[in-house]
Design a protein around this ligand. Structure first.
Ligand code: NAD
Length: 407
């Protein structure tokens, strides 16, 4: 899917065939075995990956995913999208992604810690503040980033906060990072409302996935007066046409580890949630959720892709034909990597910024990019997704041409 999207954008750009060949596959892909002593005393071996797609603009950057479906293909696709996303946002990074094939929900706290430390030491020669900087993604969080930072620092002999982003604030994390992806999604949705002349107080939203991205998107939409009418997670969903009480729902999720069973709401199935009539639908879980099977039934005006790759190529075309305004993943969910970039800059300078400053700088970058993409899509008569990809790919192509081919 990532390669097919790339090929389409490359056609629009009339991209040099030598560059095409290079961009189709990652610069490097590392597969590691991660032996972990389980609490039972037995050793279990997990497969881990780190893929660096491009490093022409600076170190590579991308999250670490812990999920039972993690594989080399998925991680490589996510790494490619990171390259286009960072370039689109004007960040001095290439794209990377990593992950371990495991089910973190079945691992104890100490098993998770041992797995993270061993995985980090298996990829230690590949990462670093000047080389490649991991961050949280599905199934990982600031605690896991803290362990990665500590493992790397133990091997160096001194604290290296800039090796990962999304770590706890007490060890060099940034204010605003935890909510940054959700905040960026909401910033782009509000700009889309302005563009389409929709008032937030007369609009509704449905959110698939209630983890880091979904929770923060729901909270910030609720604060801006948008009625969040449905959300779900891997165990089930809840719906209230009058709007869910999001602060209470977050409390419920923290207590029960799921949104299921939340009072003052009806249960809703995943497929029903995706097809609800609403102003903005925000997929914030996994990839390939909107396919040719369900795209015809979607009833949203705006699709804001909090998740990476939630819409298949076929579904994308169906939605365009239906007139849905799509804010593509590399634009909608870029808030995370933008504030990760701020975190890295703060770590390198040992000088930390105020939260207000971070949120304002995030808004400046993401809203300006939103309008650049919108303008390009109107000028070239292409979809928002194509325009975003074209802008990102064009920047990387120019960097490769300026640097030339070694040797
Ligand atoms: P997370 O692990 O915190 O949350 C994922 C959520 O999705 C959980 O609530 C889970 O229960 C839910 N989920 C899983 N399968 C589901 C299903 N079939 N139906 C409904 N819900 C389901 O992960 P996250 O960090 O919030 O990431 C979510 C998406 O956003 C991913 O695609 C990720 O790549 C993307 N993303 C995350 C960040 C970030 O900073 N965390 C940045 C950019 C993009």
């Amino acid at each position: 899917m990532a390669v097919a999207q790339f090929e389409k954008a490359a056609d629009h750009l009339d991209l040099d065939s030598n560059l095409r060949e290079r961009f189709r596959s990652p610069q490097r892909a590392l597969v590691v075995s991660v032996p972990v002593r389980m609490d039972t005393g037995k050793v279990k071996v997990f497969q881990g990956y780190r893929v660096q797609h491009d490093r022409s603009l600076g170190p590579s950057k991308g999250g670490i995913r812990y999920h039972p479906e993690v594989n080399l293909g998925e991680i490589s696709a996510l790494a490619m999208w990171m390259t286009w996303k960072c370039a689109l946002m004007g960040l001095p990074y290439g794209g990377a992604k990593g992950g371990v094939n495991c089910n973190p929900k079945e691992l104890s706290f100490y098993e998770l810690q041992r797995l993270t430390r061993r995985f980090t030491s298996e990829i230690v020669l590949w990462i670093g503040p000047e080389q490649d900087i991991p961050a949280p993604d599905v199934g990982t969080n600031e605690q896991i980033m803290g362990w990665m930072m500590d493992t790397y620092s133990q091997q160096k002999g001194y604290a290296v906060p800039g090796v990962v982003t999304g770590k706890p604030i007490g060890i060099g994390g940034s204010k605003g990072r935890e909510e940054a992806t959700g905040r960026g999604v909401v910033d782009t949705v509000i700009e889309a409302f302005k563009h389409l002349d929709i008032s937030p107080s007369h609009s509704t939203a449905g959110i698939q996935g209630f983890g880091n991205v979904g929770v923060n998107a729901a909270r910030l939409l609720h604060e801006r007066g948008v009625k969040v009418i449905a959300v779900n997670d891997s165990q089930g969903g809840v719906f209230n046409p009058k709007g869910l009480d999001i602060p209470q729902l977050i409390q419920h999720k923290t207590q029960h580890k799921t949104v299921q069973g939340f009072p003052h709401a009806e249960p809703i199935k995943n497929e029903e949630l995706l097809c609800l009539p609403c102003t903005a639908l925000i997929p914030s879980a996994l990839s390939e959720q909107i396919t040719e099977k369900n795209a015809h039934n979607l009833q949203c005006k705006i699709l804001a892709e909090g998740a990476n790759g939630p819409t298949t190529l076929e579904a994308d075309q169906i939605l365009i034909d239906k007139g849905v305004f799509i804010i593509p993943d590399i634009l909608a969910n870029a808030g995370g990597v933008i504030v990760s970039y701020f975190e890295w800059v703060q770590d390198l300078q040992n000088y930390f910024w105020k939260e207000k400053e971070i949120n304002e700088k995030l808004f400046e970058i993401i809203s300006a990019t939103f309008y650049q993409v919108l303008e390009l899509s109107q000028k070239k008569r292409v979809s928002m997704r194509m325009a975003a990809l074209m802008q990102g790919i064009d920047k990387i192509s120019k960097a490769h041409l300026a640097r030339g081919l070694y040797p």
